[in-house]
Design a protein around this ligand. Structure first.
Ligand code: HPA
Length: 251
């Protein structure tokens, strides 16, 4: 089954038919994880808003292990993660839609592995290519084959390095200079450990990122939250169109 993990601005998908929910108990929390189900063209998908239904869980407090474990436990094998990022590379200007192909992890103090306790043997997963090539290719194809996305095709940024910072504060201008030197093309706060936990459970994971601001120090003045919210709202219809086409062709 395909799961969509919703980020900022995507805590439900009204355009899809709601098809119930499941409350999943995991070894990683006393609270159950609520997974919603939607149907589109007769196909059922799972949906999990990572910041919670009310958008009240900040990036560093998300229980990534519980979320990914819960999705795995209900039979999810493909994950499309929708995220917002700040643009560092000049191509990733606000409003563009990005399919990242690499990650640098700057987060700390997050519970970032399932391979921690009660191990028979120390386990290291391969993470050379953090995103699923198959899902990234399918996302790319959706841009090409969907007539309704004709005008949005030029917004696609195909590939690039996602720098994952701890948050919840945004970065300093100097931190962004450092990320740029490190080869990051955009910066977000939630891709890790979401991507590596998915890999640990052998689930395919790809990200569709919306650039919602220039990263700190690269735009004019300070990073504006109202501008971020404006772009998130502005791109919502597009994301739904893209998800519909993805489900139609690949689920
Ligand atoms: N930095 C980190 N995360 C983000 C940003 C940013 O500028 N914009 C959206 N998510």
């Amino acid at each position: 089954m395909l799961a969509i993990i919703g980020g900022t601005g995507l805590s439900k998908i009204e355009a899809f038919q709601h098809a119930g929910f499941k409350r999943v108990l995991t070894p990683y929390s006393d609270k159950r994880i609520i997974i919603e189900f939607y149907k589109h063209e007769g196909k059922k998908i799972a949906f999990l808003p990572r910041h919670g239904k009310e958008h009240s869980i900040p990036p560093h407090r998300i229980n990534y292990r519980a979320n990914i474990w819960a999705l795995h436990s209900i039979g999810v094998n493909n994950i499309l993660a929708i995220s917002t990022v700040g643009g560092i590379n000049s191509k990733a200007e606000p409003g563009t839609i990005i399919i990242p192909d690499q990650i640098i992890d700057y987060t700390y103090n997050r519970s970032s592995t399932f391979y921690e306790n009660n191990l028979n043997v120390v386990t290291h997963i391969d993470f050379t290519h953090p995103f699923s090539k198959k899902l990234c290719e399918q996302l790319r194809r959706v841009f090409v084959i969907t007539d309704e996305l004709e005008t949005e095709k030029q917004l696609l940024v195909d590939g690039g390095v996602y720098g994952c910072t701890q948050g919840p504060r945004l970065e300093t201008a100097a931190e962004i200079v450092r990320l740029k030197k490190d080869s990051c093309d955009f910066v977000g706060m939630t891709g890790m450990p979401e991507a590596s936990l998915s890999r640990e459970l052998k689930m395919n994971y790809a990200m569709l990122a919306i650039s919602v601001n220039w990263a700190a120090g690269l735009g004019e003045g300070e990073v504006s939250l109202s501008e971020i919210n404006h772009i998130v709202k502005d791109r919502a219809d597009f994301i739904v169109k893209l998800l519909k086409s993805f489900i139609k062709h690949y689920v």
